[in-house]
Design a protein around this ligand. Sequence first.
Ligand SMILES: *Cc1c(COP(=O)(O)O)cnc(C)c1O
Length: 434
Amino acid sequence: MKYYSTNNSNFKVDLKTAVLKSLPPDNGLYMPERLNSLSSDFISDLSNRSFQDISFRVAHTILQDDLEEETLADIIEKAINFKAPVVPITEDISTLELFHGPSLAFKDFGARFMAELMSFFVKDETNELDILVATSGDTGGAVAAGFAGVPNINVTILFPKGKVSPLQELQLTTWGGNIKALEIDGTFDDCQALVKQAFLDEEVNKKRNLSSANSINIARLIPQSFYYFEAYKQLEDKGKGVVFSVPSGNFGNLTAGLIAKQIGLPVHRFLAATNSNNIVPHYLATTTYEPRPSVQTISNAMDVGKPSNFTRMMDLYGDLWEKIKTDIEGYFYDDEDTRFGVKYIHKTHDYIADPHGAIGFLAAHQYLKDNPGYKAIFLETAHPAKFLPVMNPLIGEFPIPEKLTVLREKESHALGMSKEYGEFREYLMDSKGS
Ligand SMILES: *Cc1c(COP(=O)(O)O)cnc(C)c1O
């Protein structure tokens, strides 16, 4: 399989280049040049297959012969080693819990798969790889957990000062070793802009072997399509059809769902559920795409004003709004709605959903009200304990997983930095910076 740039379909590279370079030089995003289909037998036989087996088949269908089957199987066995259970909430709405990995967010799937793939690709290289990653909260923790201690790879995490939850921050700053955290005096968009600028900076690239772990990396996207199949498998009553409600920020998760559909998963519709940063729902309602500076919300991992995967969504549908509209419907909720959602799910259905998942629930609920007979699955994208300052005032105290409580005992280190590129550049050019 070759991977082309969304800015120039004639520019093509192999998997290793797409994964290690992350971005094409023309500032587009990599996409597989073809999406092959799974057989209908595979879909009807899903219930007889394990999550790892499903993951292998889906990955193989996307990657074709980019990797030896044994290598791919080995990567999947190491990366996709925790469950993704579907839990019923109402008669028609279930949740797909994606928080059973090491950092308790769905981003573990992408980060672990990417870490395994990258370490496979660099194992014979002499040059160290420098991974830059901007995080709105959960990416950094997942990437840090995926790459901690991996030889020949250094990770620099940029996070917006004061805009990630205290436990999320500890997931970024308590690693040491090959994981560095930079606390940027700005927003997530500023962090993302710094990373993008570094990639386009020739001099920095001469000095550093840069790569990115953001959802722009194709290696993160691919494994996120696995669990749509796994969820579909687990849902016994599929009603008139299955709808996935995806709490979205940079739209990597939703794009992975679209890929799952294109390669054969029978999804009736996707719901693009956002907070007040409603760029994509606005586009779906009006045909106008208007990125704007992000606003801060209580679902902070979705505070994105310029969703990076929008380009890929356009690419998948050939820029045709009418076509996109048949597959995706947009919903957005402000913080007051979100708080209501968290309380409502807890009180009425005795389930603790985090603020992001609550937005997914609200969209599913609204969709089913207007379209009865379908079954909806909302993605529970992170464990609620990652957002205690928001959650506790709404539903009181609840148990915190040990994976999080142990962080409070660890030492935290982050280097403070302004959002000006010059300072970040200096950090990158200083060879001792990593
Ligand atoms: C990253 C994240 C999202 C948004 O996912 P995208 O793929 O960027 O749309 C939603 N919820 C949580 C908890 C996240 O960490």
